[in-house]
Design a binder for this molecule. Structure first.
Ligand code: FMN
Length: 166
């Protein structure tokens, strides 16, 4: 494996990429940095933050590199979002695909994404009859949370070790 390449908006995906480097010593680059530092056709693990089910940067990365494993980083519970769902949604075939729970941080969201999420929170706060899920979601996005931890990376690490033996 030549590198871990990632696209992160508010830092959670970057944190996962750095944990992978810590564990494997494989260097990590943002997709931008990779353009300068990594040859076309290099073997990579790709990590991208999820927006509406789409793994940011995946399409671009796929045109340039040989992706051996891909993971989408979102805020949903791993009970609701799976690698299988992401593979279908992003039309990924023949690449092991995983879901990693990242977190949420309103303070780090700028531009149109910030406006979108602040509106979503406002609407939720104004809602009269809230379901249990609504209450939980409102708490999560108003307070923010961080679920990034090494143990979530077990399956991705397994893919990296498997690729090293090929
Ligand atoms: C506009 C927008 C859409 C999002 N859509 C999803 C989604 O479909 N599924 C999900 O699990 N998380 C979704 N999220 C949450 C982010 O994927 C989550 O906060 C992630 O950890 C961000 O990673 P980053 O810090 O590397 O940018 C969305 C966030 C924003 C701002």
């Amino acid at each position: 494996m030549d590198a871990i390449v990632y696209v992160s908006n508010t830092g959670f995906t970057a944190k996962y990429a750095k944990l992978l480097t810590l564990e494997t010593s494989i260097p990590n680059y943002t997709l931008e940095e990779a353009k300068k530092n990594l040859k076309k056709g290099s073997e990579i693990v790709f990590l991208g933050w999820i927006m509406g089910g789409v793994i940011s940067g995946f399409k671009k990365a796929k045109r340039r590199y040989k992706i051996k494993c891909v993971a989408g980083v979102g805020m949903d519970s791993p009970k609701n979002e799976t690698g299988e769902y992401l593979a279908n949604k992003n039309k990924i075939k023949d690449i092991p695909t995983y879901y990693l729970q990242g977190g949420f941080n309103m303070g780090r969201l700028t531009g149109v994404y910030g406006v979108m999420m602040r509106n979503m929170l406002k609407q939720l706060q104004m809602k009269k009859e809230k379901s249990k899920e609504d209450v939980e979601f409102e708490k999560q996005i108003s307070k923010g949370f961080d679920k990034v931890k090494m143990e979530n990376l077990q399956l991705v690490l397994y893919e990296i070790r498997k690729a090293a033996k090929e």
